[in-house]
Design a protein around this ligand. Structure first.
Ligand code: NAD
Ligand code: DAU
Length: 338
């Protein structure tokens, strides 16, 4: 089988490529990635020759050439960070909406027989203290990132309805694991704690996220490529839901670092309170089950960051430091009692 993966130099995409090539020893993958700040060649180190990196924007019309002989497209490429989308949203529309449309069109022209659009639970918006998102929950995205992903989901749906093009949409909860950029909660808190830096928890840390180990997400995507039904949407979650403060406390405990490193800072504007996915459809129809418990997965992840200091140092170079100062230096301190 030949896959075309987009965004394979990022966090989930690189884990997916590693997973797929290990599990499918005769398959080949073309990886179309523009190598933005989030794309990292070091995430691809050690991959066999059956992986080919095509350093290109997904919006580039020549992407169609790489669809030749491809059995399935798995589309990860995106601008993925909510805080960056609040800071400046245009590139989110360019990549997540226009880029997805161009890719869908290229794949349709080349009659690719399966297109997996990797989306997110954030398209549903936010929950209060109770309830879960099902695949039928209306889309009510709250951040520019979530709105751009919802736009992409609607385009993907339209290609199925209008052209009968075999698109499948997946919506996963928060992933964690190796190779995740330290702009995201778990690697940011882990690497800051390892360096003895403050851990900036937004608001009171009461927001709740559902967590999945990236390998469990990759297994679910494998099941979607193999058994997913065109035109369907699959939520991919674990039911493992924790407040941000609880996860930060777990990280500190595992690293044997003091709670005094926690610093409560100004909240994210429009911060979604709670995500919770009903993933029963994926379990039932794809015969998929998550296998990695949070505590075990978090221990392994923290060990990976501990053992890969040079990866962290390279990612946390001057442009990351600039980003970090811009995002965090004026956030204020100790707002936990507000
Ligand atoms: P990431 O930011 O780590 O990686 C994104 C990758 O896409 C990078 O390699 C980047 O270079 C590439 N890219 C960006 N714009 C591009 C363009 N215009 N052309 C080609 N390549 C481009 O993201 P991630 O966390 O790995 O997320 C991957 C996908 O999974 C996204 O679509 C995201 O919405 C979705 N998702 C992520 C999570 C999560 O928790 N990380 C959860 C649910 C869904
Ligand atoms: O739910 C799936 C989504 O999960 C994906 O679609 C996104 O691509 C991915 O980035 C992630 O979005 P979140 O906004 O949930 O992830 P993030 O790691 O940015 O934040 C997780 C929670 O932690 C969120 O409630 C905000 C909070 N947070 C985050 C950072 C970076 C903090 O308290 N402090 C921080 O410094």
């Amino acid at each position: 089988m030949k896959l075309l993966v987009t965004g394979g130099a990022g966090f989930v995409g690189s884990n997916f490529i590693r997973y797929w090539l290990r599990e499918h020893p005769s398959d080949r993958i073309a990886n179309v990635d523009r190598l933005t700040y989030a794309g990292n060649l070091r995430n691809l180190e050690g991959l066999p020759d059956r992986h080919e990196l095509v350093c290109q924007d997904i919006s580039d019309p020549t992407v169609e050439t790489y669809m030749e002989g491809v059995d399935a497209v798995v589309h990860f490429a995106a601008e993925s960070h909510v805080d960056r989308s609040i800071d400046s949203s245009e590139v989110f529309l360019q990549t997540n909406v226009i880029g997805t449309q161009r890719l869908l069109e290229a794949a349709r022209r080349k009659r690719v027989s399966r297109f997996v659009h990797v989306s997110t639970d954030e398209v549903y918006g936010a929950l209060g203290d109770s309830g879960e998102f099902s695949e039928d929950t209306p889309l009510r995205p709250n951040s520019p990132y979530a709105a751009s992903k919802a736009g992409a989901d609607l385009l993907a749906r339209s290609y199925f309805k209008t052209y009968d093009f075999p698109v499948i949409i997946t919506r996963a909860c928060n992933n964690y694991g190796p190779y995740q950029h330290p702009e995201k909660l778990i690697p940011l808190m882990t690497t800051n704690a390892l360096e003895g830096l403050p851990l900036p928890v937004y608001g009171k840390g009461a927001q709740i996220r559902e967590w999945i180990h990236v390998t469990d997400h990759c297994r679910a995507l494998e099941a979607v490529v193999q058994r997913g039904r065109p035109g369907e949407i699959y939520n991919i979650g674990t039911g493992c839901r924790l407040s941000n403060l609880a996860i930060v406390q777990m990280i500190l405990q595992l690293l044997e670092k003091p709670a005094s490193l926690i610093q409560f800072v100004t909240d994210r504007p429009g911060h979604d309170f709670r995500y919770a996915l009903d993933s029963s459809k994926a379990r039932r129809e794809l015969q998929w089950e998550p296998q990695i418990q949070l505590e075990t997965g978090l221990q392994q992840t923290i060990r990976w960051y501990r053992e890969n200091r040079s990866w962290i140092e390279a990612v946390k170079g001057p442009s990351y430091q600039q980003y970090y100062s811009r995002m965090y230096q004026n956030r204020g301190k100790d707002l936990s009692s507000n």
